[in-house]
Design a binder for this molecule. Structure first.
Ligand code: FAD
Length: 508
């Protein structure tokens, strides 16, 4: 115990800083571990980051947070997936849902059944959409939601969901949670990071007014500045712009003009894409774009022209470099959040990455000996997570059929990592998926994007031909009817939200 970490210092109080403070204070409740978080109101936070993936449930559950209270406080809505508009080609749309498609038959994957079925329907001049065989997609299109608790029976699969919320309110919510569990907040600017002259370990944060915050373990949550991991410990940054060409964003909230829908929308545009995230009290909007292909003023005009309601504040411009730190943990410093890297928000993965980094920090929590094997494992795992998510994002750009602007022509023609190329080739042959099971986005997600953007395999699994056509058609019809009836019986998302949160959930 003599070697135990006594003082943990978190540099930065954005989403990453307060999520870390909340989780560590909960995990070490009743112990002697002292936790201090340093942040500067004057510098502020990045102030965007509103859409999540379902793994957020585990984080909130770990903290013991009441869902209705959390949703009320953070103006949250339910999210069943992301609707992608104009990505495959102008005029196309599909949903990347949070649940599986249909149900398998005789151990044959549902999508293989669908490929044969869709082919036979096409021969009769009928188009069938894969979205119609997914509970989340159909519920989202109909603007319906219900908690899956005891809900929709197998075999169609349960509804799965995440949240859309105001990230600043979430950070404030977690601040209250953390402070009530003994976390000390220090306000002010960090002017210098002091290192031990012999070991190079971080010893203290020196504040602008001369105060010193000393610690044993430091978590760098200072955002893009990466004060500790980058500026002090010199972890290099791997730049992925050649694969993910967007490097700028403009964000602006607007008024709600309709009941909030239970999904995020991503609309492909001339040199990137626009997000639309409906919350209870407003809609979050943004344009993520590539600076070599579009200037900031042009992007701002395109964003403002696309708003549904009146802008509620002046647009904010943000620049970033997609990529990651070479090392996320060096000596006695662990980077979490934007300090560790950034993947553009196309699939709402940043808060998820914060969460998995926190879980890994707890799993490999050090003592003052700082075992090199623990540090190496943390770095290896984090690198793997970043690269798997990166590849999934690249897929969206690479398989576009758009050739209407130089940006989309670049994306279509660019080289991609081997893993992406191999996944596309495998799918194009017979619709096979070989995506690692530990990936946040399993084969189902890759399938959603590939089929949604118009990629069609040359053939289907030969085992499908063991099923008589009549049985195949009956199966497809029963899945579709089941989903149709299940979603028709669900309440409207806005009504459900009002009841669940016990307040008026939308302004419109
Ligand atoms: P920040 O919010 O930048 O916080 C940094 C903290 O460090 C602040 O408290 C700041 O005051 C402090 N600090 C910095 N320097 C000093 C100093 N010298 N002294 C004292 N304090 C200092 N994620 C999602 O999951 N979903 C999304 O939909 C999503 N959308 C996004 C859209 C865009 C355009 C961008 C850029 C990001 C988006 N993200 C999204 C990512 C998300 O916003 C961030 O991952 C998340 O907010 C974490 O940020 P952070 O806490 O690491 O950094």
């Amino acid at each position: 115990m003599q070697n135990a970490i006594q003082h943990l210092v978190i540099a930065g109080g954005g989403t990453a800083g307060w999520m870390t403070a909340a989780a560590v204070s909960r995990a070490f409740a009743g112990s002697a571990l002292k936790i201090t978080l340093v942040e500067s109101e004057e510098i502020g936070t990045i102030g965007v980051g509103e859409a999540t993936v379902p793994s957020i449930h585990y984080f909130n559950l770990m903290l013991g947070i009441d869902q209705a209270h959390f949703m009320r406080t953070c103006q949250a809505t339910f999210k069943l997936g992301i609707e992608f508009v104009d990505w495959g080609d102008v005029g196309g749309r599909y949903i990347h849902p949070f649940t599986t498609y249909g149900c398998d038959l005789n151990n044959i994957y549902f999508h293989e059944l669908w490929l044969k079925y869709a082919g036979s329907m096409a021969a009769r001049g009928e188009t069938v959409s894969m979205d119609d065989y997914n509970l989340c997609c159909v519920a989202a299109r109909r603007g319906r939601f219900i908690h899956p608790v005891g809900g929709v029976p197998a075999p169609v699969g349960l509804l799965n969901y995440a949240f859309q919320f105001d990230a600043s309110l979430y950070a404030g919510f977690l601040r209250g949670y953390s402070e009530s569990r003994g976390v000390t907040r220090v306000e002010g600017k960090i002017a210098q990071v002091l290192q031990n002259g012999e070991t190079g370990d971080i010893q203290a944060l020196i504040m602008e007014d001369g105060r010193s915050v000393e610690g044993d373990l430091f978590v760098d949550c200072s955002g893009r500045q990466a004060l500790l991991i980058g500026q002090t410990l010199k972890s290099a940054y791997e730049d992925w712009r050649h694969w993910l060409p967007c490097d700028r964003a403009i964000a602006v909230p607007c008024a709600n003009v309709e009941e909030p829908v239970p999904y995020t929308r991503s609309t492909a545009d001339a040199a990137g894409w626009r997000w639309r995230i409906p919350l209870q009290h407003r809609v979050g909007n943004g344009y993520v774009y590539s600076s070599p292909f579009l200037d900031d003023d042009g992007a701002e005009r395109r964003l403002l022209d696309s708003l549904d309601g009146a802008a509620l504040s002046a647009p904010r411009r943000i620049s970033f470099v997609p990529g990651r730190r070479k090392e996320f943990w060096i000596k006695n410093c662990v980077a979490i959040g934007l300090a560790s890297g950034f993947l553009e928000p196309l699939e709402s993965t940043s808060i998820h990455l914060i969460q998995t980094a926190i879980l890994k920090l707890l799993a490999f929590f050090p003592d003052k000996g700082f075992e090199p094997a623990d540090i190496a494992a943390f770095n290896r795992h984090t690198q793997g997570e970043y690269e798997l998510l990166r590849d999934f994002l690249i897929l969206h750009y690479k398989i576009t059929q758009r050739a209407d602007t130089p940006f989309w022509r670049y994306c279509r023609d660019m080289d991609v990592p081997d893993a992406v190329r191999e996944a596309i080739e495998l799918f194009e042959a017979r619709g096979r998926m070989l995506i690692r099971a530990d990936h946040l986005f399993t084969g189902r997600s890759w399938l959603a994007v590939m089929l949604g953007q118009g990629l069609r395999p040359r053939g289907y699994d030969p085992l499908v031909d063991t099923i008589p056509d009549a049985d195949l058609h009956a199966h497809m019809n029963s899945v579709r009817n089941y989903i149709d009836q299940a979603t028709a019986a669900m309440p409207r998302h806005g009504d459900y939200l009002s009841r669940f949160c016990g307040q008026n959930s939308h302004a419109g």
